[in-house]
Design a protein around this ligand. Structure first.
Ligand code: UT7
Length: 327
């Protein structure tokens, strides 16, 4: 039996129309465009309106990805949505997307691995395809972080935005698509980045604004972890794929902070021009950041068929992950 690979046959994205600039945030909290730009690289982000939820934007990205892959919704056998901002505890977001796009034959579940979620979901879908269980899968990273942002907390409210990115994976016997993936987690350090849920006592003492269902983060701890793990993770995945960083045409990292990306690039001693960034336009969209960045890299012609690229992400959990893929 020839080996089966999961080819990336379509990408799609959707970001809400409403733009929130740094100047808009200056009117809400004690911050400045200068601080946000120099500390993070972010200039603006998108916010979904009151009646739009993660499933709605995920479905829009999914429809775009299916169109590019030339695959009908009825052919999709698996939908995985990576998100920390699911519309409901149940049904899961993937079931809501299934209904919205009419993919009525698909098996559906969500994955919560925060900003590493898309790579976790891609890894799981890759296993289903490689095993021969499914031929077509939709892997989506989608977030409405504006709904869990504490707009009284300047430490975090300037960082996040809403958006959705989707990919279609298709089974092939050609040696292309996903070549290697690697995941990691450190639950013991998870309390540096939390969003409350059912358990509302979480971190009450460190939430002066009182809302347990919003983001709390020790930014500098996450920052140090992020620089270290991104560089280590890229080293690991290159080894697993039998490649070096020089073999890769593009690196698409999680888009949290330009200084984190620059720090990792410096540690790796790799060419900065090989690293795709779009965080200035969208901020950190957690699980949606990587697929939206990948979609835009393709739209902008930064990746063409046959090119080799790497994904690398880190986030709450703590979690991290990477992948080497042939376009
Ligand atoms: O996707 C994974 C999740 N998140 C991340 O990856 C984020 C990781 N962390 C970061 O990106 C950075 O740590 C931040 C951007 C959050 C913060 O940057 P920093 O260089 O670590 O700044 P800091 O937290 O050390 O704060 C420096 C100063 C503080 O003032 P003092 O104590 O020095 O007087 C903060 O109060 O900046 C102040 N500050 C602000 N000032 C203006 C914090 N937030 C703001 C703000 N505007 N929005």
């Amino acid at each position: 039996m020839p080996e089966i690979y999961a080819k990336l046959s379509g990408m799609g994205k959707y970001v809400p129309e409403k733009i929130c600039t740094n100047a808009d945030l200056e009117k809400i909290v004690d911050t400045s465009d200068e601080w946000i730009t120099t500390r993070t690289g972010i200039k603006e982000r998108r916010f979904a309106d009151e009646n739009t939820y993660t499933s709605d934007i995920a479905a829009k990205a999914a429809v775009a990805a299916l169109a590019q892959a030339n695959i009908a919704a009825s052919e999709v056998e698996l939908i995985i949505v990576a998100t920390v901002t699911a519309d409901m505890l149940t049904p899961n977001t993937a079931c809501l997307v299934q209904n919205l796009i009419g993919a009525n034959k698909a098996v559906c579940f969500d994955i919560n691995a925060a900003c590493s979620g898309f790579i976790y979901a891609l890894t799981v879908a890759n296993q289903f395809i490689k095993s021969g269980a499914y031929k077509n899968a939709l892997v989506i990273g989608a977030e409405c972080l504006s709904k869990v942002t504490e707009f009284k907390d300047r430490d975090t409210c300037v960082l996040f935005g809403d958006g959705a990115g989707a990919s279609v994976l298709t089974a092939t016997t050609e040696e292309t698509g996903i070549l290697a993936t690697h995941l990691g987690a450190d639950g013991a350090s998870g309390n540096v980045l939390t969003i409350g849920g059912i358990r509302e006592d979480d971190d009450k003492s460190r939430r002066p604004h009182g809302n347990p269902r919003t983001v709390w983060m020790d930014g500098s701890e996450v920052f140090k972890f992020a620089v270290r793990v991104m560089a280590d993770e890229l080293d690991t995945i290159m080894g697993m794929a039998g490649k070096t960083i020089d073999d890769v045409d593009l690196i698409v990292p999680h888009q949290a902070n330009i200084r984190i990306i620059d720090g990792a690039v410096k540690r790796l001693k790799c060419d900065k021009n090989k690293v795709f960034t779009n965080l200035h336009k969208y901020g950190n969209m957690s699980a949606a950041s990587i697929p939206i960045a990948l979609c835009e890299a393709m739209e902008e012609g930064r990746l063409k068929e046959g090119d080799l690229f790497a994904l690398v992400g880190f986030g709450g959990g703590l979690t991290w992950g990477s992948a080497v893929i042939r376009a």
